[in-house]
Design a protein around this ligand. Structure first.
Ligand code: SF4
Length: 280
C-alpha cells in the first residue's frame, strides 16, 4: 500500500470533538499522488440534533440490541480460542494466557498436556519442574506456581474435578474472575459473569458500555447492560472483535459494522460525532 494511503482518520489536531469529518470516499489522492487533506467540517447540530444529543443514552436497550445483533452477524460462532479438551486443560490454558496471546499458549499446551495428562500429574510436580515447559508464555515463575497450586487444590479439595461454581473456582491459586468466567462459560455453559480481558476493557469503553477502568467494575457494568443469556457469547464476540477490527492502535473503523453506533474518541474513521470520554 502506498505510504499515506491507509484507512482514513480524523485530524490529529484534537478538533474531533464536536466535529463531523467528511471525506469523499473515492479519489482521495491529490495531483502527484499526495494524499488529500482530511477536511473536518464544524458539526453544528440543529435544534432537533441538539435534543437528540441530550437524549443520547449509550445504554439504551435499543442501542444495546443493535450492537448485539451486529455482533451476532459478524461473529455467529465465536468461542474460546484456547485449545483444551477438559475443564482442567482450560484452567491451565487460561492461566497461561495472562499477558500472552492465545496463539502462543496453543503452541505450548499440546506438548504440556502430553507430558502431564491429568490434574494429578500436575499436582505431583513442583513449580520449578513446570517452569521450562511454559517459559515462552512469559511470567513463567508465577504461572508455574499458580498452575501447580491450582492442581493441588483441585485434587485435595474437589476430588480431582474442577468445580463448576464461581466461589469454589476463586479458591484456586491463580484463578480470578476472568479465568473463572472463561471456565464456567466455555466449559460448563454457565453464565455467572462476563469475561473482562484487555479487549473487552478497551471495546466496552469505546462503545460507552462502561466509564470504568477497573475490571471488576467493568464486569458489573456489562452485567447490567447486556442480557444474561448473551453474557457468554458477548464476551467471545468482543474478544474476536478486538483481535480482528477493534485493535488497540489504529482500529479498522472503516471496515467495522458497528461504526455508526460508535463514538469512540480514538476512531480512525467516523460518520458520527465523537465523544471525548469514549476511549481507553
Ligand atoms: S468503529 Fe472503530 S473504535 Fe468503534 S468498535 Fe468499530 S473498530 Fe472499534
Amino acid at each position: 500500500m502506498a505510504r499515506g494511503v491507509g484507512p482514513r482518520q480524523p485530524a490529529r489536531s484534537g478538533r474531533q470533538e464536536g466535529v463531523r469529518t467528511t471525506v469523499k470516499s473515492a479519489g482521495f489522492l491529490a495531483k502527484g499522488g499526495r494524499p488529500k487533506a482530511v477536511v473536518p467540517t464544524r458539526f453544528s447540530p440543529t435544534p432537533a440534533g441538539r435534543k437528540a444529543r441530550q437524549r443520547y443514552d449509550p445504554l439504551a436497550p435499543e442501542r444495546i440490541q443493535e450492537i448485539l445483533k451486529r455482533l451476532d452477524q459478524l461473529y455467529p460462532n465465536a468461542t474460546c480460542a484456547l485449545h483444551h479438551k477438559s475443564a482442567w486443560e482450560l484452567v491451565v490454558a487460561t492461566i497461561l494466557s495472562a499477558q500472552s496471546t492465545d496463539v502462543n499458549v496453543n503452541r505450548v499446551t499440546p506438548e504440556l498436556f502430553r507430558k502431564y495428562p491429568t490434574v494429578e500429574a500436575f499436582a505431583a510436580i513442583t513449580p520449578e519442574q513446570l517452569q521450562p515447559d511454559i517459559y515462552s508464555t512469559g511470567f513463567f515463575r508465577n504461572k508455574a506456581k499458580s498452575v501447580v497450586g491450582a492442581a493441588k487444590k483441585v485434587v485435595s479439595d474437589f476430588g480431582g474435578q474442577v468445580p463448576n461454581d464461581m466461589d469454589k473456582l476463586l479458591t484456586l491459586p491463580g484463578v480470578a474472575r476472568k479465568t473463572a468466567n472463561v471456565v464456567l462459560g466455555t466449559w460448563f455453559g454457565k453464565a455467572e459473569g462476563v469475561v473482562v480481558d484487555t479487549h473487552v476493557t478497551r471495546i466496552a469503553r469505546r462503545l460507552e458500555l462502561t466509564k470504568n477502568s477497573d475490571a471488576a467494575k467493568i464486569e458489573q457494568d456489562l452485567m447490567q447492560a447486556i442480557p444474561r443469556d448473551k453474557w457468554i457469547l458477548f464476551s467471545h464476540q468482543i474478544i474476536w472483535h478486538g483481535r480482528k477490527l477493534c485493535i488497540a492502535r489504529r482500529p479498522k473503523c472503516a471496515d467495522c459494522p458497528l461504526e455508526n453506533l460508535c463514538h469512540a474518541a480514538d476512531k480512525t474513521w467516523t460518520t458520527v460525532e465523537l465523544h471525548k470520554n469514549a476511549k481507553l
